[in-house]
Design a binder for this molecule. Structure first.
Ligand code: PXG
Length: 288
């Protein structure tokens, strides 16, 4: 596998970063997870905009322009002969001292990995997931904003472990006020009386690219949609529920905290948006 590292393509074995890199020492950096479908990078511009915003929010110099990132991502896909896969773009604060001081890191490190990802076994797209709410919370707006896709995923990782300990594949995370924020690497939607509802970013949700795609799909299909403050009760008593993310795409949720959601099977609105999402990823995108 070829990796794009600090401006050039190198062999995987040579794609190494220093133990003094602050991305490793402190989780000081940002990333994007992007999908490639049939030789098209899905919503690349939106991912790169979020990437820029994440970097700006943590005052991290972005070493490449949007055009340069786009070229680097496409080049890495081509170099690996990929037509379908998962792309990870990362910027770290770079190599520094054993102290927090980011200003002592001379220059950011940056890289692109183009590979494969498989998140949930296919049968769960048919029958839906049974998930749980976990104790670990999404951070509030007073900390690093949840809209920053930073290299520190420990809250989400703890949530994932807690879900697994409860026998579930995924978790609902609440914010510090107890409102539903999102899942560990996915946004959450419910359907209530035909309307799609999803938490706003101010409740601790990442501004997911897939979430944005679902909102676009809903508008095109004439399905009412809006952002809403949701509690666990709203999810338990929803007609339908599903999660969205670049990895998971659109995955139905049929049970939360032991309560069956709706009929206990993926519902009609979920199936409709899932089908349209799958159609759309094949026709939209940036040719590599
Ligand atoms: N919330 C969080 C916390 C995420 O990390 C999403 C929502 C969904 O956003 P997008 O833009 O993907 O619709 C994410 C995305 C991985 C992986 O490597 C993580 C994500 C996406 C793809 C793969 O586990 N997170």
């Amino acid at each position: 596998m070829k990796i794009y590292l600090n401006g050039k393509l190198v062999d995987e074995a040579d794609a190494v970063v220093s133990v003094f890199d602050h991305g490793l020492l402190y989780g000081d950096g940002v990333f994007e997870g992007i999908r490639l479908y049939g030789g098209n990078v899905f919503r690349l511009d939106e991912h790169l905009e979020r990437f820029e915003h994440s970097a700006r929010a943590i005052m991290l110099d972005n070493p490449l322009t949007r055009t340069e990132w786009s070229a680097a991502i496409c080049e890495t896909c081509r170099a690996n002969g990929l037509t379908d896969g998962y792309i990870r773009a990362v910027i770290t604060r770079g190599v520094g001292d054993l102290g927090l001081a980011p200003w002592l890191c001379a220059k950011p490190s940056y890289f692109v990995i183009a590979s494969k990802i498989s998140l949930y076994p296919p049968e769960f797209y048919e029958k839906g997931l049974a998930i749980v709410t976990v104790p670990t919370r999404r951070v509030g707006p007073g900390a690093v904003p949840a809209t920053v896709k930073s290299l520190n995923y420990l809250n989400n990782i703890l949530a994932k472990i807690e879900a697994r300990q409860a026998g579930a594949l995924e978790a609902i995370m609440l914010n510090d006020q107890g409102y539903v924020a999102e899942a560990t690497a996915d946004n959450v939607f419910i359907v209530r009386k035909g309307e799609l509802l999803t938490p706003s970013t101010s409740q601790g949700a990442l501004k997911g690219v897939t979430r944005g795609t679902i909102i676009d799909i809903a508008r095109e299909l004439g399905i009412r949609e809006s952002e809403a403050d949701l509690t666990r009760y709203d999810l338990w008593c929803a007609d339908e529920c599903f999660l969205t993310g670049s990895g998971a795409e659109v995955i139905p949720v049929v049970k939360l905290d032991g309560r069956t959601i709706g009929t206990g099977e993926p519902g009609p609105v979920t199936r409709r948006v899932l089908a349209d999402f799958r159609r759309r990823v094949l026709v939209e995108g940036t040719r590599i």
